[in-house]
Design a protein around this ligand. Structure first.
Ligand code: PMP
Length: 970
């Protein structure tokens, strides 16, 4: 190596200051803001933000050529095309990259070029408190996609000499070794030489291509949606393809010092790009070489740029990367990494089947149909299913065993008691066979007995069979030889790295899938492995954001992925059940078998638009009319949603009265269609609500006697008088009201029950003014309030039009309007009504099933009983927790209002959000409501049991205590 090229490898950041950055950003990229420097080894980077826009302004090191910049642009485009998100490189205003002169090394002036990249608001994966196996696998997947995206790319600049290119590693280490502290030099040189020799043996067989060259947890950012972004394309270079993987793997090794984590990186990579035998020979030595290069470079960088805090902070980590590699036996590493890549642990090896006969796979996962209808809660469900599977008529070969896969989040082990979640995730392959079934060694190896387990090992790969009895005395077995027999229990089979301890066979729902030596044995046993549910969860989040963007509402910052429900429980894919305390849509509970059967049966028979004649239409409408609060309300029109029901209700009132004005109570939500939205004024759903009402909408105060305009004993008459004044004024101005609409219990305002006498009074006023009363019972109707089927009945009031949805179909799209024949007749004169899916046979079947279940299971009674129990328990809680200002509502529609001060009622907004987030950790799904977002909405399925109610109260108690303790920290 020549002097000049060696100097080229040691580069200080260009001497650009913030004023220059500010100036260039404004001039060339039309963005003005305060520059903030972010770390870099050899370039100078600033973030500049201006409102929603932001750029990363990069001043390249003077040694970066235009050709290299061109290469980076190409790489950037290729990566994006290969589904590796990377920030776009932005075009400067005049298409010419801005350049400035600054003092360089030894004060000689140098010309620096600036580029702007799209700014990604995210944090590097290296900021995670602990690097998880999931992240390791995601990093590997990005590396695999990166090389597949960059394959075939040619560019002159990719051939330049850079110190990070692993083909030069040994050379770089020799040259920079002197910068290391004395005692570190020898181990570093020796390890690098050994690794170099190993790589050289297969070098000619290693595919070469352009790679990113620095794909590490520092250079992958996670944004708010969970999307991962690859940044820093400055080290893109021609190299061995497998070097991309080695670089990512070395980073993970340094951060975790755990070979099983490195294996996760390899596993992720191999899902995208297959690894060849020579690549797997070179992989571990390349990881070691990367560690050595990092170690020497870190120290030498500090020598030339002592003020570089970024480089200083990294040198110990870089030494760690190197040392972690030295502590692991290369043959062991290679064996496990081969398995992670989907290859047998030795080249050319073929695993023998461990049993004679067929093995049936048993799906015990969250979505397994075997566990439908609550079967997952049966205590001995696994045994029953195994027996059923083994007793099934044999097909071509007798089924001798059943296995359940490694990594599966087992629903059969998920606890229905949310306060005690089970260890549901399998870290073993579990095998069931008749006692005495012979087990064959999948590979030749050494046997060791350890309590009730037998271990077979070869090349640092240990396969452990817990629950099997040895059948040979010898210490060595050949491939295929019988070495053990099964006993009365299942056999749990695990793999681990020699030197690590056996782990638990089942871990808690959020436990790590693979870590500290617990590795997937599936490949060695010839059975399928289950993809990591944690990764699938993250992918799903990104997929949903991409589909709907930010406009679609979603619960939680870090949402679990819910794929099953049962009663009041929701189950996420990592194998945990949550108590669903917010879902008034699913009034009769999740996955009710009656509903599932009736709808499935109808779908098998007929489902069509409602213009045909079929029996279910009248069956449902008549059945709903049995609940009509008054004989005068004698017709039903089925629709598909609450919004549509309210839209139709408004339309009906307008045609029946020949007027247009609708008076609505403040802070309501009635839907998203044009008319239902027009009467919705909840500032949470629509921050500009009051300023944007169309002229046919008139708003009166929400009848909230707790914190509204009128409180205490006079509240009802105060609010009724206000309505009367509005009606009179409207009449006087020639805009007489067609109707008054409100929720009979103010659901969206937090379950607030209007003061007694209000509804009856309000309905009398609107009728006296020649208008109609519309009750939006979408949330509170259908028996949920316990004391009555309809919210308006709590106050003895009877509206002219009732709208329902949500509970009506138990989340099947069904709504309805109940009204008087005379009102409906007015519509006929105005034109007929038709809504394609409204009233369709399957919706009618759903609607009937819901009403039947509410009746047959006594759910209204249950709502009353459990609701009163809850109110009692919550009132006890409110004596201990000052934060609870009030408990609103009735039955199973409650609102727990949190306030900072019980006198001035300051809403405890942050605390409410915090309570919801923390309750999730306790297995409770809870959300905030009201336009102040300070009310916990309690509206679970009406099947909620006393025990479940108690579990909720206990969790709330704990969380409120914790919050009080942590109050300053929130
Ligand atoms: N009315 C009320 C009181 C509601 O809470 C909602 C939905 N949150 C609607 C109407 C609209 O119902 P949908 O979402 O079915 O259109």
């Amino acid at each position: 190596m020549t002097e000049s090229s060696s100097r080229n490898w040691l580069l200080a950041r260009p001497a650009v200051d913030e004023d220059q950055a500010r100036d260039i950003a404004a001039r060339a990229f039309a963005i003005s803001g305060e520059p903030r420097e972010v770390g870099s080894q050899q370039d100078r980077n600033f973030v500049i933000r201006d409102g929603h826009r932001g750029i990363l302004l990069k001043f390249d090191n003077a040694s970066t050529s235009d050709a290299e910049r061109d290469l980076q642009t190409l790489v950037s485009e290729r990566l994006r095309a290969a589904n590796v998100p990377t920030p776009r490189i932005l075009d400067p205003a005049d298409c010419l990259l801005p350049r400035i002169d600054v003092p360089g090394q030894h004060d000689a002036p140098e010309t620096i070029t600036a580029r702007a990249f799209e700014w990604i608001d995210g944090a590097p994966l290296s900021d995670d408190a602990e690097l998880s196996g999931t992240v390791a696998e995601q990093l590997g997947r990005l590396a695999g996609r990166s090389v597949s995206g960059l394959s075939g790319l040619t560019h002159p600049a990719s051939e330049r000499a850079i110190q990070w290119e692993l083909g030069r590693a040994a050379e770089v280490v020799e040259q920079l070794l002197g910068s290391l502290p004395e005692e570190r030099r020898d181990p570093c040189r020796d390890a690098a030489r050994r690794a170099e020799t190993a790589v050289r043996r297969v070098a000619a067989q290693l595919p070469r291509q352009v790679i990113h060259g620095d794909l590490t947890s520092d250079n992958v950012l996670r944004d708010a949606t969970g999307e991962l972004w690859v940044v820093d394309l400055g080290d893109a270079t021609m190299s061995w393809r497998v070097a991309e993987l080695a670089i990512a793997a070395a980073d993970v090794l340094g951060r975790t010092e755990d070979l099983s984590m490195v294996a996760r990186v390899v596993r992720g990579y191999a899902q995208e790009t297959p690894l060849t035998d020579p690549e797997l020979v070179a992989l571990w030595p390349l990881i070691v070489l990367r560690g050595a290069v990092l170690a020497v470079s870190g120290w030498s960088q500090l020598e030339i740029d002592p003020g570089n805090a970024y480089a200083r902070a990294r040198i110990e980590h870089e030494w760690q990367v190197f040392e972690a590699g030295l502590g692991i036996d290369p043959a062991t590493a290679q064996a496990h990494l081969r398995i992670a890549a989907g290859l047998p642990h030795r080249e050319g090896l073929e695993y023998a089947p461990i049993l004679e006969g067929a093995i049936a796979e048993l799906d015990l996962g969250v979505e397994s149909p075997l566990l439908d209808r609550g079967a997952w809660l049966e205590p001995d469900i696994e045994t029953r299913l195994v027996r059923a599977l083994l007793d099934t008529e044999p097909t071509d070969r007798p089924r001798v065993a059943a296995i359940a896969p490694f990594g599966q989040a087992r629903l059969s082990r998920t606890s229905g008691d949310v306060s005690a979640p089970g260890a549901s995730r399998a870290r073993c392959v579990e095998l069931w066979a008749a006692a005495g079934t012979e087990l064959h060694a999948p590979f030749a190896g050494t046997l060791r007995h350890d309590g009730d387990a037998i271990e077979l090992s070869d090349r640092g790969v240990i396969l452990r069979f817990a629950g099997a009895a040895p059948s040979v005395a010898a210490a060595e077995v050949r491939t295929g030889e019988v070495f053990a027999t099964t006993g009365d229990t299942s056999v749990r089979i695990t793999r681990r790295v020699a030197g690590s301890r056996p782990d638990a066979n089942f871990v808690h729902f959020d436990g790590e899938y693979e870590s500290s030596g617990a590795l997937d044995p599936s490949l060695l046993l010839g059975v399928i492995a289950v993809p990591d549910p944690e990764i699938a969860l993250r992918d799903e989040r990104v997929r949903r954001e991409a589909a709907m963007g930010g406009a679609s509402e979603r619960y939680y910052a870090e949402p679990p992925r819910i794929e099953r429900g049962w009663g009041a429980l929701l189950i996420e894919t990592r194998g945990r059940a949550y108590l669903d305390m917010v879902n008034n849509v699913t009034a009769i509970g999740h996955s009710h078998p009656r509903l599932a059967d009736d709808v499935a049966r109808q779908l098998n028979l007929l489902n069509t638009n409602s213009r045909f004649l079929y029996g279910l239409y009248a069956d449902f409408t008549n059945r709903l009319l049995e609940h009509s609060p008054d004989p005068a309300l004698d017709v039903v029109i089925p629709v598909s949603s609450g919004s549509e029901a309210n839209d139709l209700a408004i339309h009906l009132a307008q045609v029946a009265t020949g007027r247009t004005t609708i008076v609505a109570a403040r802070e309501g939500y009635h839907g998203w269609t044009m008319a239902s939205d027009a009467v919705s004024t909840s500032a949470f759903d629509n921050p500009n609500a009051l300023g944007t009402r169309p002229d046919w909408v008139d708003i009166v105060s929400a009848p909230n006697a707790y914190r509204g305009r009128y409180r205490g004993a006079e509240a009802a008459s105060g609010y009724v008088s206000e309505l009367r004044e509005h009606l009179v004024a409207l009449q006087a101005s020639g805009r007489a009201a067609a109707a008054f609409i409100c929720e009979p219990v103010l659901g969206n305002a937090g379950g607030v029950v209007p003061p007694s006498g209000y509804l009856a009074g309000a309905y009398a006023e609107i009728r006296a003014a020649g208008g109609l009363a519309i009750a939006d019972e979408v949330q509170v109707g259908y028996g949920r309030l316990g004391r009555a089927f309809w919210g308006s009945q709590l106050d003895g009031a009877i509206p002219d039009i009732i709208t329902v949805a949500k509970a009506a179909g138990n989340a099947f799209p069904l709504g309805a309007v109940i009204t008087k024949r005379s009102i409906l007749d007015a519509l006929r004169e105005d034109g007929m009504f038709f809504s394609s899916a409204g009233g369709a046979p399957a919706s009618m079947a759903a609607g009937l099933a819901v009403l039947d279940v509410i009746r047959d299971e006594g759910l209204q009674r249950n709502a009353l009983m459990v609701g009163e129990h809850l109110i009692e328990r919550l009132s006890v809680l409110s004596k201990r927790h000052e934060l609870i200002g009030a408990v609103h509502g009735a039955g199973l529609y409650l609102g727990i209002e949190l306030v900072l001060d019980r006198t001035d009622l300051t809403p405890a907004v942050r605390e409410t959000r915090e309570v919801c987030e923390r309750l999730l950790g306790h297995g409770i799904i809870m959300q905030a409501t009201s336009e102040r977002q300070n009310v916990l909405k309690v509206k679970p399925p009406m099947t909620l049991t006393i025990e479940q109610a108690d579990a909720f109260v206990a969790a709330l108690d704990t969380v409120l205590n914790d919050i009080q303790i942590a109050n300053v920290a929130i």
